[in-house]
Design a protein around this ligand. Structure first.
Ligand SMILES: C[S@@+](CC[C@H](N)C(=O)[O-])C[C@H]1O[C@@H](n2cnc3c(N)ncnc32)[C@H](O)[C@@H]1O
Length: 298
């Protein structure tokens, strides 16, 4: 194994046994190592359930920036490459960085996507646009599960080739297309359902409110907006993941922050949404669904 992984003998035993202690590997009586079933399921590249792209994204884009947390806390300024000009222009100027980023987004949203495909009454809707779709992981899971759904992903033009490749790999190019655009300056495509997953947390409050207003305008009267995020609990005491995700927005973005379900409901009401409900999707992410007018289905 040392030879195959290219690991120096000095650290090899401790490294592999640390992975046993952390629950990634098993070691049998004869000293042979193997993946535990969950590692096999989620961390083997090229498998349809691979989510390890998230680890690559964190290694490349996030851990180095967290070294500068103290400076971010002292200044309120992001410490990522884009600095005050914003995260995405800097990320997308470099093809390799873009690829790692969108792979990370798929890793971070695959389990949410599978849950969302089950937890919303999709049978009552035909068209779907995912706003800030990255390469389209969420759309693909919903379209695979619900054959009447057509639509696409709205994202910055640089993401288009990665989106097309991912959707084509899932044989869904005839139902899902890419909408190139900038949601800061353009209106959103019209659709029965809009999704904004881990998008609002990138932005300051006026931009969050502006995006919610644009979503409201783009929906028909019986349309729905689905937001998903790592929500902070209302008491701001229990959900360390949501609070750390918000600090991640401090170090990575100009004005972004995470929020509670109650915060989001109040912003959605301001934008005009009604019948707003919060529902957990995975261990760490929840959806908030709001209607423009009448609800279709239960
Ligand atoms: C944090 S990622 C979330 C991706 C995906 N929804 C998910 O949950 O994995 C935010 C997405 O918003 C997109 N985005 C950022 N600024 C944008 C803009 N001005 N117009 C359109 N999309 C934008 C990014 O390219 C990225 O795909």
């Amino acid at each position: 194994m040392r030879g195959r992984l290219g690991i120096h003998p000095r650290g090899a035993r401790d490294f592999l046994d640390a992975l046993v202690a952390l629950g990634f590997l098993d070691r049998d009586e004869s000293g042979r190592y193997a993946n535990v079933p969950t590692a096999n399921l989620y961390l083997v590249p090229n498998s349809p359930t691979y989510i390890g792209g998230l680890l690559d994204h964190m290694r490349v884009h996030e851990y180095p920036v967290w070294n500068l947390l103290t400076r971010a806390l002292q200044t309120g300024e992001p410490q990522s490459a884009g600095g005050s000009t914003g995260l995405y222009p800097a990320l997308y100027a470099d093809q390799k960085a873009l690829e790692t980023f969108v792979g990370g987004m798929s890793g971070g949203s695959l389990l949410v996507a599978k849950a969302l495909a089950e937890e919303f009454p999709w049978e009552h809707y035909q068209t779907l646009v995912d706003v800030g779709s990255a390469e389209g992981c969420v759309l693909v899971q919903i379209a695979l599960r619900h054959s009447q759904i057509v639509g696409g992903g709205f994202d910055l033009p640089a993401v288009g080739p990665m989106f097309d490749k991912y959707v084509q790999a899932h044989k869904l190019s005839h139902r899902l297309r890419f909408y190139p655009g900038d949601f800061l300056t353009e209106s959103l495509p019209r659709s029965d359902v809009l999704i904004m997953g881990r998008v609002l947390h990138n932005w300051d409050l006026p931009t969050k409110q502006m995006l919610l207003r644009k979503a409201f305008e783009a929906l028909p009267i019986s349309g729905a907006l689905i937001i998903y995020e790592r929500l902070i609990d209302d008491e701001r005491r229990a959900n360390a993941t949501g609070l750390l995700a918000s600090l991640n927005m401090l170090v990575m973005t100009v004005g972004g922050f995470d929020y509670s379900g109650t915060d989001c409901i109040s912003w959605m009401k301001e934008a005009g949404f009604v019948d707003i409900r919060v529902k957990p999707l995975t261990a760490d992410q929840s959806m908030i669904v709001g209607m423009k007018g009448e609800r279709r289905g239960p």
